[in-house]
Design a protein around this ligand. Structure first.
Ligand SMILES: Nc1ncnc2c1ncn2[C@@H]1O[C@H](COP(=O)(O)OP(=O)(O)OP(=O)(O)O)[C@@H](O)[C@H]1O
Ligand SMILES: [Mg+2]
Length: 486
């Protein structure tokens, strides 16, 4: 209603201005300016509103304007005076419907006590252009507010609308899992991994710590800017196979609504291609390098320690040699320094709000430069299944929070090294006859066998060790006696 009054008032003022344009030609210039100013003031008095229009397509752009899409989604959810006619947009390959305000609808919004009017309009263009859709329709949203609020509306409210709208778009879009199939570009599939922090079995305190860290990160845009760092964070996930490293990455992506870029380092030819791939990533994403120790060629790293340290010192003195020491990625020309640049060089700042995650089964094999704090800010160990981990798995897989068999399982878990993947596998019912108790009994059996196997292996290992040291004693005494003969 108010919106209609505002629009009518606008039409009256437009009429005034038109008449003025005709009269203007009959007056001397100076008098004309006076009258013009007078009319402007009069106009502001009767029509103290400003309007801002957001077209669906910016000129020169083929894609729908991001601002338009953000406003569309914001208004569908936030406008206090909801639109009566809605439009349904089908997204996520037909799996989800998003409602938005239909053409020629009006809604109101309120921000810090200020009333804002929004209207949607459409003009049909006779001349079809590349920048409109097939029907030659040009849609736009128009914001109207009182002139005295111009500052707060343009500087604060619009940011709020665009940020909220973008967040809604991000939440409802389909997330993608990218891989560098082609050497310098990414290809993707829809990312639909069911792992979440609820299904992830690990020590609850550790889990909370990671969750807090992630939530702090996503809210820290201004902080990162203030301290002069690009808005990204590195996570190093390490631990034996089947302990949940990949599952945690999926849980992170699901929690934050991020895309995943799964970087296969061995198929990147050189540092330049690596840089191109980096530029091709978007914000709000996780760049993952799995099994980083398998990608880096670390042959020769474990030579005799002292000899190596001596050589290192010499190389430090000679920059040419220092460059040579740079390790290469197996089967490619990408070097360690190329990778370090990828993580935190100048180019790494080309996007924002990004996590870089490395996983490894062998932390000790990694070059310290690669995982130092600042590059890999948070080191997270995922280890063999403990009782805390088991409890989460029992809850997820069997809907059990407690059971008499939990205490023998707790003891056995302390005495064995079984990965959560193996425990989970044993908790899964294999037939319709199996119930929670039979699954627990099955797990006890497997844990007992594994404990026995570990005991036998330890006995065998110590036997081999003893026989090795015996034979080395014999060898050295033989050498001594032959030296004596010589
Ligand atoms: N901590 C865990 N919580 C819940 N499920 C787990 C956990 N660890 C392993 N699993 C289960 O085991 C399977 C394998 O786990 P995942 O692939 O995450 O292990 P990983 O640590 O990445 O192993 P790898 O080092 O071999 O890559 C998962 O599909 C999941 O079902
Ligand atoms: Mg994995």
């Amino acid at each position: 209603m108010i919106m209609k009054d505002v629009t009518q008032l606008g039409s009256v003022m437009a009429g005034f201005m038109f008449m003025w344009a005709i009269f203007q030609q009959w007056f001397p210039e100076e008098l004309g300016n006076h009258i013009q100013n007078y009319f402007r003031r009069l106009g502001s008095y009767f029509y103290p509103y400003i309007t801002i229009t957001f077209p669906e397509y910016q000129s020169g752009e083929f894609k729908r304007s991001k601002a338009y899409i953000a406003i569309e989604r914001y208004l569908a959810i936030n406008s206090s005076d909801r639109a009566k006619k809605l439009k349904a947009n089908v997204i996520k390959d037909g799996k989800s419907v998003v409602l938005s305000m239909d053409d020629y609808e009006e809604v109101t919004d309120e921000f810090e006590g200020i009333k804002i009017w929004w209207s949607s309009s459409i003009t049909i263009s006779q001349q079809r252009s590349l920048f409109t859709n097939d029907d030659g329709e040009k849609r736009s949203y128009k914001l109207t507010c009182h002139r005295k609020h111009k500052e707060i509306i343009t500087k604060v409210y619009l940011h709020h609308v665009l940020d909220e709208g973008k967040a809604i778009v991000m939440k409802s879009r389909q997330r993608k899992l990218y891989t560098n199939g082609n050497m310098t570009s990414w290809s993707h599939i829809i990312f639909e991994h069911p792992s979440t922090f609820d299904t992830l079995a690990m020590n609850p305190e550790k889990k909370k710590d990671i969750l807090d860290d992630l939530m702090t990160f996503i809210k820290s845009k201004d902080y990162y800017k203030k301290v002069g760092r690009s808005w990204k964070r590195g996570y190093l996930l390490y631990g034996p196979p089947g302990t949940g490293k990949s599952s945690m990455i999926a849980a992170m992506a699901n929690l934050l609504d991020y895309d995943i870029y799964d970087l296969e380092l061995t198929s990147v030819s050189n540092n330049t291609d690596l840089k191109k791939l980096l530029i091709g990533t978007t914000s709000k994403s996780i760049i993952v390098i799995e099994d980083i120790d398998c990608s880096l060629d670390l042959t020769g790293q474990r030579k005799k320690k002292k000899e190596k340290e001596k050589k290192e010192k010499e190389k430090e003195k000679n920059p040419v040699q220092k460059k040579e020491k740079d390790k290469k990625i197996k089967g490619s020309e990408v070097t360690l320094s190329g990778l370090l640049n990828f993580i935190d060089g100048l180019w790494s700042a080309c996007g924002s709000e990004r996590l870089i995650v490395f996983t490894t089964n062998h932390l000790e094999k990694l070059d310290p430069a690669l995982i130092r704090r600042g590059r890999m800010d948070k080191h997270i160990e995922l280890s063999f299944c403990c009782f805390e981990t088991f409890k989460v798995l029992a809850k997820n897989y069997l809907d059990l929070e407690s059971h008499d068999l939990f205490s023998p399982i707790s003891r056995l878990l302390e005495e064995t090294n079984m990965s959560p993947a193996d425990v989970a596998e044993n908790l899964m019912p294999k037939s319709s006859q199996e119930n929670a108790e039979s699954c627990l009994n099955h797990l006890i059996k497997v844990l007992t066998n594994s404990k026995e196997e570990a005991r036998l292996k330890a006995v065998e290992d110590s036997r081999v060790k003893a026989s090795q040291s015996e034979s080395s004693v014999v060898e050295s005494s033989d050498e001594e006696s032959s030296d004596g003969e010589g």
